[in-house]
Design a protein around this ligand. Structure first.
Ligand code: NAD
Ligand code: ZN
Length: 360
């Protein structure tokens, strides 16, 4: 047995309004007047002066607004890297990602690829990155994915949807300012929040569970129930607690693994472009057989917040398309092994997955 040696985010600022300290945190990290800070910002903030006006651009610093309508692609990472290298007089001082999991993952991937040869797709997998990344900062504006704390950046490539998992992936600095999550639309709040809840259930019921993961997972699960089920918190408290639930949920899976909802949701994402949060919800809703208590509580939360999930998204698919989703899902072996155990192949057959996808 060999134990994982897991890197954690070394510097974190927590607190409402802490985003205002961004400039003072970045200043000592500037390498030279020619070495810019590049800000990747979710384009929903394009006209949000309260946020943009707090970023002081100096010298060659740039803001690049990016849409989060689609999840990050390896080709998109390659294009951003090329653009930054072509337009910068010197190696950038840092990449700052401001947004949800989509923007955070782009910032992580680009900061790695600026310092590593080849294309992003070459690094999808585990521990393939050779050189440390450019200094990179993560500033979540929606809570749940745990991307702010994780060792991966999930990318859709030509052949697979898979993360760049490496010791160089985690952010050097994170800002946890829950005020930034104020305007998240309700449905999206639920979907991304449920990503966190599902991380907890999949980690806590998995065969990979250990005390490290369990302690973080329980904390995060309790917070999720307080936020989504009990509903006694003020808006600000709920925002702060969800930010910490996301963090702890990420820490929990860092040392264990996710499970069936994630494996099957990756299939939906790869074939249909279904986004991570909503995709996990669509799948998880049908997994009572595997996670009876977790799914029961999920349905209560869904009812409490009047969330209607899309139905029939697999209705018109051809057999060959089901095959693609099943291949993607089954290829994620550690997820199944965590969920079911070493002998998972005895019960998780192609027909089993075909039946489950058919219900969605
Ligand atoms: P997202 O970044 O895809 O954003 C979802 C929507 O919310 C977008 O429309 C975005 O514009 C909007 N939004 C974000 N912040 C907002 C704000 N403050 N106000 C108004 N609108 C706002 O959402 P997500 O669920 O955080 O991220 C999903 C992505 O994260 C997927 O690409 C998934 O693969 C990835 N992911 C990564 C990890 C990891 O560990 N790296 C883990 C889980 C998921
Ligand atoms: Zn997830």
């Amino acid at each position: 047995m060999s134990y994982k040696n897991f890197p954690m985010v070394p510097k974190v600022i927590f607190g409402r309004g802490s985003f205002s300290q961004l400039n003072e945190v970045l200043a000592p990290k500037r390498l030279s007047i020619h070495a810019p800070f590049i800000y990747f910002i979710d384009d929903v903030f394009k006209n949000n002066l309260a946020l943009i006006s707090r970023i002081s651009l100096s010298y060659e610093d740039r803001i690049i607004f990016i849409s989060a309508n689609e999840e990050p692609k390896t080709t998109q990472v390659d294009e951003l890297v090329e653009d930054i290298i072509l337009k910068s007089k010197a190696h950038p001082s840092g990449i700052i990602g401001i947004g949800g999991g989509t923007l955070l993952d782009l910032a992580k991937a680009v900061s790695i690829m600026i310092n590593n040869d080849g294309e992003a797709k070459d690094y999808q997998g585990w521990d393939l990155v050779k050189n440390p990344a450019v200094y990179h900062v993560g500033i979540p504006t929606i809570s749940g994915t745990g991307a702010e704390v994780s060792r991966t950046t999930v990318l859709t490539g030509p052949e697979r949807k898979l993360g760049i998992n490496s010791d160089y992936t985690p952010f050097d600095q994170v800002f946890l300012d829950s005020e930034l999550t104020e305007d998240v639309p309700k449905n999206q709040w639920f979907y991304t929040g449920m990503d966190c809840y599902i991380h907890c259930i999949e980690s806590l019921t998995g065969t990979y569970l250990n005390t490290f993961s369990e302690t973080y997972g329980k904390m995060s699960l309790d917070l999720c129930k307080e936020i989504f089920l009990e509903g006694k918190l003020s808006k600000a408290e709920a925002q702060e607690k969800l930010m910490m639930a996301s963090w702890h949920g990420g820490m929990s899976i860092a040392y264990s693994q996710v499970g069936i909802a994630h494996a099957m949701s990756y299939g939906l994402g790869y074939l249909l472009g279904t986004k991570h949060g909503i995709g996990n919800c669509i799948v998880f809703d049908h997994l009572e057989e595997f996670y009876p208590e977790g799914v029961k509580v999920f349905k209560q939360m869904k009812a409490k917040h009047n969330i209607e999930l899309p139905k029939g998204i697999c209705e018109k698919l051809e057999e060959s398309e089901f095959d693609i989703m099943i291949n993607v899902a089954l290829s994620l072996e550690p997820l199944w092994e965590n969920a079911i155990g070493e002998n998972w192949k005895e019960t998780i057959t192609r027909e089993k997955l075909r039946t489950l996808y058919n219900k969605m």
